[in-house]
Design a binder for this molecule. Structure first.
Ligand SMILES: [Zn+2]
Length: 479
């Protein structure tokens, strides 16, 4: 293996694995005998780990790669190991009836092999609830798990397991989870598990679904310490009332990292699993940061995702009959780092800068997400509060008068920017760093798929996202 890769999974995380073999291989992939990869062609995996960065396409992955190298002095294993050493493919993301997809249509295609319309959760245009990857896995006697930084009933975990005409029907989606009984459910979204009247509760039927899961034998965990102490084979982890926080604002005692959730999920799923398991681990903050055009939050979300990929690869070292697939569902934000003029006084090349390490270091110094700023500013932004927040959390950045006016008047940059304050702040950062964005929405840029382990070869080449779903079903059903 020509590329020496060091995995830096914190030793405390590794200790939590029941399997001693994992620890034996922590130092370097290169130090272990063989890398599970294309040599296992034609085989069927026992376990499948799907690592999902919502909103990530090649530009995001590469941003993760060079920012991790420069600012963390760490390889980005998604690109530097899986894409480099494993099988690589691209997926077309178009939904039924359009070219730009939402996460529900994309997730449905990837989970079922069928195109669906935007907003729909794994129901085909002719109204059929087509089998999801998690349903297929369960039917084969496999254990199943869903992990996300979003609400657990958000589009990706929902489409991979259950069905609904609308992704917004949160209460009904939670009811379906209770019926399906995934062995592991971890993320945010306690609100639709608890009735109105209980702190954070939003259910209108008065039910306490957390208690219902407990009755079914689940260990329920609500913070990082409880998660790390969890020993049961079935775990419900709810760490926020709605979405979990961006890394930049995350309270580590309340909310675990994506990697910590992945460790705990693997620990639970590898118990009593003679037929293996299928686990989906999603970092949704990659998409959320993209919608906000927030490059600093995106960078940290990508690192958090990559740390979880390390956990999946470590598990694969001890269980080589495991397929690890890394992908996204669509691109978010039309993310376009570029060169740009420093100001509008001259179009000459001498007035131009190229995005480089100095600009990355400016991003590194940002200490608040655009979403948090927007929340602080509220519906009637005050100039004084805005100035104070920017001075404190955006050292070295200046807000030009045109952008300042847009924020104070609560106006968007253009018609394709739906998040007023956030997208305007995104333009502020872009003007000094070159990290521009083309939209606050999704784009049809094909997404990358990287795979290692038995079955990886199926994901090679330029394919449709429904092909991804068909491959998953084939591998789950034993080809
Ligand atoms: Zn999105």
């Amino acid at each position: 293996m020509k590329y020496l890769l060091r995995l830096r999974v914190p030793s405390v995380m590794l200790l939590r694995f029941a399997v001693a073999a994992v620890a034996a291989c922590t130092v370097a992939l290169a130090g272990c005998a063989s890398v599970p990869g294309s040599e296992r062609q034609g085989q069927t995996p026992k376990n499948i780990i799907i690592m999902f960065a919502d909103g990530a396409a090649p530009t995001q992955w590469d941003f993760g790669r060079y920012s991790s190298k420069v600012l963390r002095q760490q390889p980005f294993v998604t690109t530097d190991h899986v894409f480099r050493e494993g099988t690589v493919g691209l997926l077309i993301t178009a939904p039924q009836g359009a070219y730009v997809t939402d996460s529900a249509a994309a997730g449905s295609a990837m989970a079922t092999g069928f195109k669906v319309e935007n907003g729909v959760v794994s129901i085909s245009p002719d109204g059929k609830s087509v089998p999801t990857a998690m349903e297929a896995a369960k039917a084969k006697g496999k254990r199943i798990g869903l992990v996300t930084t979003a609400t657990i009933y958000d589009a990706t975990p929902a489409t991979f397991s259950i069905h609904a005409k609308s992704r917004r029907d949160s209460q009904a989606l939670v009811d379906q989870f209770l019926r399906l009984e995934p062995d592991v459910l971890m993320g945010g979204g306690a609100d639709y598990f608890l009735p109105v009247g209980v702190p954070g509760g939003k259910r209108k039927d008065g039910r306490d679904v957390i208690a219902a899961f407990r009755t079914k034998g689940y260990q329920v965990v609500r913070n990082t310490a409880e998660l790390q102490a969890a020993t049961a084979a079935k775990v419900l982890g709810l760490f926020a009332d709605d979405d979990m926080d961006f890394e930049i604002e995350r309270d580590p005692a309340k909310e675990p990292t994506t990697a910590e959730m992945a460790v705990a999920a693997l620990k639970a799923l590898s118990q009593n699993s003679p037929n293996g398991f299928v686990l989906l681990v999603e970092n949704e903050n990659v998409d959320t940061a993209g919608h906000a055009n927030d490059a600093a939050s995106l960078m940290r979300a990508l690192w958090a995702f990559d740390d979880a990929v390390k956990v999946a690869l470590e598990f694969q070292r001890s269980s080589p009959d495991t397929l690890v697939v890394i992908t996204g569902d669509h691109e978010t934000g039309g993310f376009s780092p570029t060169y740009a003029q420093k100001d509008l006084t001259s179009m000459s090349s001498s007035n131009r800068f190229y995005t480089g390490d100095a600009q990355l270091r400016m991003l590194e110094r940002i200490t608040m997400s655009f979403n948090a700023i927007s929340e602080k500013l509220g519906k009637k932004p005050s100039a004084a509060v805005l100035d104070e927040l920017l001075a404190k959390h955006f050292p070295g950045f200046r807000l030009d008068p045109d952008l300042r006016e847009l924020i104070l008047k609560q106006q968007p940059l253009e018609r394709n920017y739906s998040y007023g304050v956030q997208n305007v702040l995104g333009r502020m950062v872009a003007r000094q760093t070159g990290y521009y964005w083309g939209t606050s929405g999704h784009t049809p840029e094909p997404v990358l798929v990287g795979a290692m382990g038995p079955g990886a070869e199926l994901f090679r080449g330029y394919q449709d996202n429904t092909d991804f779903g068909r491959h998953l079903h084939r591998l789950i059903n034993g080809r």
